[in-house]
Design a protein around this ligand. Structure first.
Ligand SMILES: Nc1ncnc2c1ncn2[C@@H]1O[C@H](COP(=O)(O)OP(=O)(O)OP(=O)(O)O)[C@@H](O)[C@H]1O
Length: 348
């Protein structure tokens, strides 16, 4: 499999008088292969956006080797920019323009034939609403419009930073369906998120970042399997007796109100046979598989919401995340824009 994105040893430190030195990304590695829908998962402030910005040449890396579609970034990024669509943070559009006009302008600015506008409107499911003003769009529709703008170039690689952020469940479902259909059409997708269930539903591969470092990577099923403790939930009539029998047979047993959790068992029949042979009949025997949420919590030690401690050196940073005047590398951090690599070039 060929690598579409390769990051090795990425390091990025931000410096400010007020907050001191802040290591945002610390020797991070990422590999995305062609055809993958790759989830880039991490708690708030773990370094996802910084990594994507470095990859797209929007922030200068201190160290590391980055390549996109085989070309090193940022030096040779312009060579492949036409094959990459990217959205980093929430895009801003003119509310007075219709969706179609917005895309027409972007297509013209990017030298893309305007018949692509109808194709991408169809692709993101906005064809019927294309003549309505963007101001009347829901957040989910605006996000889909952003994806449409990134698709104008018919990219091979789509990079989306938190596309489901702020969406309601219906919006999340629409975004999920859209990403699935893009993947089915052969686009490689790298999607960052702290919404674990989404990553588990959409992505085939995942890289988990915590405090700027990679803590897990691989096919979602393999990452999960690595955390499978071979646990079963057991319900039986005489729980106390059942627990004793299972314990005597060498299994780990934890008692709960109305069930037992048995660990260290490879096969459910071991449990049912051990109990059945002693006349204790099992009413329920359910394997307890790890989900990405429990794996994520174990690896990052972090809740999925805000307020996660940052990796810092120097003075203790203020709590919470205030980036409004914080971008020492480029002046002010812009409040989210559709990144057109052709138009913006690179910040080398
Ligand atoms: N321009 C900047 N100036 C100073 N510090 C920054 C800047 N950008 C990011 N940081 C800090 O670097 C760390 C990583 O931030 P980053 O935005 O990359 O994380 P994230 O995983 O994308 O978080 P979120 O999910 O909240 O968007 C944080 O501590 C953040 O405060």
């Amino acid at each position: 499999m060929s690598a579409v994105i390769e990051i090795e040893g990425l390091r990025k430190t931000f410096r400010s008088l007020r907050r001191g030195r802040r290591v945002a990304v610390d020797g991070f590695d990422l590999r995305v292969e062609a055809g993958q829908v790759h989830g880039f998962l991490g708690p708030n402030g773990s370094g996802k956006t910084t990594t994507l910005r470095a990859l797209l040449g929007l922030v200068r890396a201190d160290e590391g080797r980055l390549t996109v579609l085989g070309e090193s970034s940022p030096e040779r990024l312009p060579r492949v920019a036409g094959r990459v669509g990217a959205i980093v943070e929430s895009p801003q559009f003119f509310g007075n323009f219709t969706g179609e006009r917005t895309l027409r302008l972007l297509a013209r600015a990017g030298g893309v034939p305007t018949d692509r506008v109808y194709a991408v409107l169809e692709q993101v499911g906005l064809r019927d609403r294309a003549d309505e003003r963007v101001r009347s769009y829901s957040l989910g529709m605006k996000q889909r419009l952003a994806v449409a703008s990134a698709l104008l170039k018919d990219p091979e690689l789509l990079i989306l930073d938190e596309p489901a952020n702020g969406l309601d469940p219906a919006g999340i479902r629409e975004m999920r369906d859209l990403m699935r259909s893009l993947a089915a059409s052969g686009v490689t997708v790298l999607v960052s998120s702290h919404i674990l269930a989404e990553i588990q539903l959409i992505c085939d591969h995942v890289t988990i970042i915590s405090r700027g470092r990679r803590v897990a990577a691989g096919p979602v099923s393999e990452v999960l399997a690595g955390f499978d403790r071979h646990e079963f939930l057991v319900r039986a009539d005489d729980l106390g007796h059942a627990g004793e029998l299972l314990h005597a047979a060498g299994m780990g047993v934890a008692g709960h109100d109305d069930h037992l959790v048995v660990t260290g068992v490879d096969d459910a029949t071991t449990v049912s046979r051990t109990l059945g042979e002693q006349g204790v009949w099992v009413r329920e025997l359910t394997p307890l598989r790890p989900d990405l949420e429990s794996v994520f919590l174990e690896l990052t030690g972090a809740p999925t919401g805000p307020g996660v401690p940052r990796q810092t050196e120097g003075p203790t940073p203020a709590a919470g995340r205030d980036l409004s005047n914080a971008d020492e590398s480029r002046g002010t951090r812009t409040g989210g824009d559709v990144i057109d690599l052709d138009a913006q070039g690179v910040d080398a």
